[in-house]
Design a protein around this ligand. Structure first.
Ligand code: AMP
Length: 282
């Protein structure tokens, strides 16, 4: 596995690969790698000649007071995991080179970024869209891989790629979970053992929403009330939002009569956890 830290080196290597006619699959991450990241790498390996994995804890997607400084970082472990997963190129840009003095350009996807997490994390998706476009321009991938765990993020990237006519396929992959259902996340390391138990309530709430829809419930208020009850039974949990919404627009739905997304964000201890599932009605 080749490790590249400079933007110009990454650019040069990608240009050579493209000239040779090879396809590039790209997996952008913030590191502290886990099985969720590995499924994206596996898929990228199956579909491309070369796989580039980036690890960059992007300062501009964290609001003041969020966990930028405490975000888990473990370079050695990540390098081993990336190499064992078959990554060809590990790209580790520095914040100084990504955002040098005088940096002034940002990408703002409107509409969908104002809902769900956008209401609680001001400027977050602007930071995400900006860094992803920068990484796309540096790496020049044919395909880029994103997890459905961060559903809104995936939608924002798809919107940006569409709106800005980028010639990149966005491939999404289902959420990888721990045995008890908790969605894998680098932020799960913030949880102490009691909080880790409480964290399963997100999954339980989503499962309940699925079961209620399967059993014929269509009224989203009733489903959300039940999800809320499950989460509130964990004293450590503070709900940011629970939403049942249109999977394309993220606007709240009153009655389910097609596809619907159940999405929630809950703070447990120092961790802000998100999760979602698709509720289908044919
Ligand atoms: P992160 O390092 O948390 O920014 O995530 C990098 C990529 O991995 C994003 O596309 C995430 O959606 C994806 N990802 C994170 N957790 C999971 C998971 N549990 N299952 C599948 N994909 C995930």
């Amino acid at each position: 596995m080749k490790i590249i830290t400079s933007i110009s080196d990454m650019h040069k290597v990608s240009l050579v690969l493209k000239r040779e006619g090879r396809t590039i699959g790209f997996v952008p991450t913030m590191g502290a790698l886990h099985k969720g990241h590995v499924t994206l790498i596996d898929k990228a390996k199956r579909e491309n000649n070369k796989v580039v994995l980036s690890i960059f804890v992007n300062p501009i997607q964290f609001a003041p007071g969020e966990d930028y400084h405490s975000y888990p970082r473990d370079k050695e472990r990540d390098e081993i995991m990336a190499s064992q997963s078959g990554v060809d190129i590990l790209f580790l840009p520095s914040a100084d080179e990504m955002y040098p003095d005088g940096y002034e350009t940002f990408v703002n996807v409107e509409g969908i970024t104002e809902l769900l997490c956008g209401k609680f994390r001001h400027g977050h998706f602007k930071g995400v869209a900006t860094v992803v476009l920068k990484l796309f321009n540096i790496v020049m991938p044919d395909r880029a891989y994103f997890g459905e765990k961060d559903y809104q993020q995936m939608l924002v990237i798809k919107r940006m790629v569409n709106d800005l006519n980028l010639n990149i396929d966005i491939v999404s992959m289902p959420t990888i979970r721990e045995e008890d259902g908790l969605a894998m996340s680098s932020r799960n390391t913030y949880l102490d053992s009691g909080e880790r138990v409480s964290a399963v309530s997100l999954y339980k709430a989503l499962k309940t929403s699925e079961d209620m829809v399967k059993n014929g419930e269509r009224d989203t208020m009733k489903i959300i009330n039940e999800m809320e009850r499950i989460i509130r039974s964990e004293t450590a949990a503070k709900i940011d939002y629970i939403s049942i919404c249109d999977p394309d627009t993220l606007k709240d739905i009153k009655t389910i009569n097609g596809r619907a997304l159940a999405a929630l964000s809950v703070r447990i201890g120092n961790a802000r956890l998100i999760d979602n599932c698709m509720l289908g009605v044919k």
